[in-house]
Design a protein around this ligand. Sequence first.
Ligand SMILES: Cc1cc2nc3c(=O)[nH]c(=O)nc-3n(C[C@H](O)[C@H](O)[C@H](O)COP(=O)(O)O)c2cc1C
Length: 259
Amino acid sequence: MVLPVDRWYPAIFKRHSRRTYSAEVPEENKLARLDHVCREFRPFPEVRSELVRRSPETVFKGLVGHYGRVNGAPIYIAFIGKMSSPAVQEAAGYTGEGIILEATALALDTCWVGGFFRPEIVRSQIDIQEGEKVLSVTPVGYTPAEKTRQEKIMSRLVKSRLRKPLAKLVGGEIAAPWMEKALEAARLAPSAQNRQPWRFRVEKDAVVIAVDKSFSTSSISKRLDCGIAMLHFELGALAAGVVGKWEILRSPDVARFVL
Ligand SMILES: Cc1cc2nc3c(=O)[nH]c(=O)nc-3n(C[C@H](O)[C@H](O)[C@H](O)COP(=O)(O)O)c2cc1C
């Protein structure tokens, strides 16, 4: 599937994690579109997305009012990876964020949930093959325009609106306006606990994304977060008229974007 940059690039600036939902089930045409994109957007064969038309109420863990607790969503999407692939984490981030941005473009709310869910319940609600793992899920639905008090407390806890400046994320000189646009889109990517573990190195005609060296209490792979930032970067580049592709690299590097 060709990246629908006209839909997904603007969605980068509209998306925010939401954790309290109304019971209203999204319209059938929106669900059909999401289902279609889940099937079609498979840039990496080792990762797939499945729309589950059931309430995820028993899927989410945690106490009501605590980080990670999602309430009331009518449906959810599971991101599933084949763990034999060394690139499964970045592939899951890249693929999942495409689905999340499509939901955003459909005016639906979402929240990446990587830690506080019960994979065994998800496995009982979907077809899962040997060697596959549910890496993350997102609720999908409508939320009140104003965040609830509990949501505000949670957002404040992880400082979810804050992002590191490009000066802290990028090594080397930002050589062209397209690169700045791409890096700015990557900077806005969501990450587990908002840790923003991506670092960029500008090379001649290429940009490398790598994971930072900071300690993280989260069990979620930093490479998954980087996969999300990779999609944002590529959408920013495309929005500036520049076409490139990611080549996967070995740790601590994640990938190189070449024109
Ligand atoms: C891979 C991943 C896993 C996440 N896991 C959780 C989670 O388990 N619980 C939760 O409440 N939020 C989770 N989040 C949401 C982040 O806290 C959120 O994206 C971050 O604070 C930035 O806020 P924003 O999404 O509103 O921009 C996760 C985000 C990502 C990308």
